[in-house]
Each structure stands twice: as structure tokens, then as C-alpha cells.
Design a protein around this ligand. Sequence first.
Ligand code: LMR
Length: 395
Amino acid sequence: MFESAELHPPDAIFGLTEKFRNDPNENKISLTVGVYKDESGKTPLMQAVADAENMLAQAHASRTYLPIDGMPAYNAHVGKLLLGPVAESVKWKSTQTPGGTGALRVTGELLRTALGIDTIWISNPTWANHPKIFGNAGIQVQQHDYLGEDGVSLDFDAMMKSIADSTRSGQAILLHGACHNPTGVDPTKEQWTELLKLVSEKGLLPVFDFAYQGFGDGLDEDAAAIREFLADGDKEAIICNSFSKNFGLYGERTGGLTVVSTSDDASDAMQSQVKTLIRRMYSNPPTHGAAIVNTVLSDATLRKSWETELDEMRTRIKQLRTAFVDTMKQVAPQRDFSFLNDQRGMFSYSGLSGKYAEALMKEHSVYILGSGRINVAGINDSNRQRLCEAIASVL
Ligand code: LMR
């Protein structure tokens, strides 16, 4: 029977991680998967996370099942971290999910089964997994314009026109809360206000994918557009968040799905449907990552340590951008990479797609995505010169 199964191609992101691992070149450079790396090229365990783990180890807590929608104390932290002061005035319920991807998948099912939504609009380009997650959940995925002809900056008017002309009331739209993946290109504050006004006027349900809170301008700053939109209490939205990046808890699959409703009845009904879906999909979420996040966010000292380390990570990525742009200026003065300084978060659309990405991999053991996305956090003082020279040589 198994002979009839088709062989699928490797994943566009994790497939390259595998190729990188098997590359014998000692000077290989990976700027593929969205994982923060420090100056030594390692993904650090954040100090607050290590401290929380020690506290949890001492406590020897039971590993019995969590409730279907996860740890209540964790869920309370999730909503407050996302919504800030707005959490006091709007009706929200957060559910612990296995990573941001788990939240997106449950959302896909929720849109279709609870709300009868058949279509979600997503920017073109978007994270390669978005269309697959929603497609697998039975939702049709349509893409609206996003970048300008330069391929590295936002064409706001084109995006607005494409949403205004093509979407219809009762559909959903997925918006990257901050640090757009894969481009690093975000709307400005004013553009967010206009965009979300249009989303409301068109009768679209906004689904925010918020996987990089804290990597743009700060924890509160990155949530500002979502909070402003929801502040009146008369809007509905779904927020899918992840602690993979801002807590460095990648492998612990720690995320959340937050539903913001306009009445208590709607809020209860939506939560009941979320729980029904989860019970059928994976029963209940894993314990460890949520226990860490809950411990850190419940303890003033740990929380301060976490926020400080996250600030340092964000600042370092900004410095890496500037250093990369400056080095490129030296080795390839004919090509301007200064747009990287305007992009935010871990990723940048470098403009080095297709044949450039292929040549970088084959000739220099430099791994970037075929779309030209680079993980800026994979650059460091030891690999930057070699990286920039490799780019210059393939241009
Ligand atoms: C990425 O975009 O590289 C990350 O979000 C990891 C993933 O799951 O693709």
C-alpha cells in the first residue's frame, strides 16, 4: 500500500537546514530558518528561562494533563502581554497552543467550522507555511499585493487597492503583527491605522500572526497597532502568538490563540469551539514551555531579566543590519543594500532570490532561502566579511 504514496519535496525552510547540516564546508553559513543566534553562532538559552527551569525542577510539579485549552495562569499572561492595557476593557480569551503554528492551524479549523469562513487573504509574499496551514484546514487562500516593484519595500497603495478591490465581507485576512515574515517590511503606524480601518469597512475578520513581538521596536511598541484597533471594544479579531523567538523556546512549542469578541456570549461560544477542535486534534497542549513562560512572567525579577535580554537581542539585530549594509558598501559599491536598515525583525528580503541563492549555496556554502529571505540574526562578526564577499561574487 505504501508504494502508492507520493514522495514530497523537502520543506522550503527546514529542508535547507538539513542540507546545511550535511555540508562538509567548515566555513558554511546558514541564514535560513528563523532562529536567533548570538555572536558565537549559537541559539542561546535565555537567562530568565534557565532560572525558571531551575525553579521548576526544584518544584517537581506533577505532569498530569493540562486542561484542553492549557494552563490558566499562562493564558492570562498571554492575553495581557498581547493586549496590554486594552486587556482590561475588551472581551478576550487566550488558549495555550503548540507554538504559533498550532495556533494558526486551530484558527484555520475555527474559521471554517465555527464561522463558515471559506477564504483567507494573505500578503504576497508570506511565510511559506501560511498557505499550507490554512489550505490543509480547508480554507481557500488568496493573496493580496504587498511589495513594490523593487521587491524590498512596501507598496502601501497597491496593497490597499488590492484589498479594497478583491476581498468581500465575511472573509478573513491574515496580518503579520510585526516583523513581516519573510520580508521584514512592515507598515508604518499611520499605515496600520488606515489598513485596519479598511479591514473593518470591508467586513473582514483580522487574524494577526504575531510571532516576533519584541523584535521590531519593543514589546509594547510592536503590539501598538493591534491594541489601537481593538481599544474601542467593538471589534473582533484572532491573535496567534508564539514564544519560540522572544523566549527562545523554539522546540518547546509554546504559543497561544487569543480570540477577542464583542460580547460575553460570543466569547464563551468561540472558546467552547476552540476546545472542541483541540480535543479532536491533539487533546491538550504540552506542559514545559508554558510553565517556563508562566514562571518568568509571574516573577518581577525574572520578567525584568527576560525583557532586558530581549531588548539586547533586538538591538544586536539592528546593529547586524547596519554592519552588513556597511560591509556590502565596501565589497560591492555598485549595489545598494541600505534598504536592510529599514526592514525590521529577524528577516530581510535581500533581493538575492533564485539563481543568486542557488549560487551562494553551491559556490560558497552560504544558505539563504530561494526567495532571497535572509535571517539577519545568523550574521556575526566572524562570518560577515566572508558572507558579503560571497554575495558580491555572485552578483
Ligand atoms: C521561519 O520562518 O523560519 C520560522 O518561522 C520557522 C518555521 O517554522 O518556518
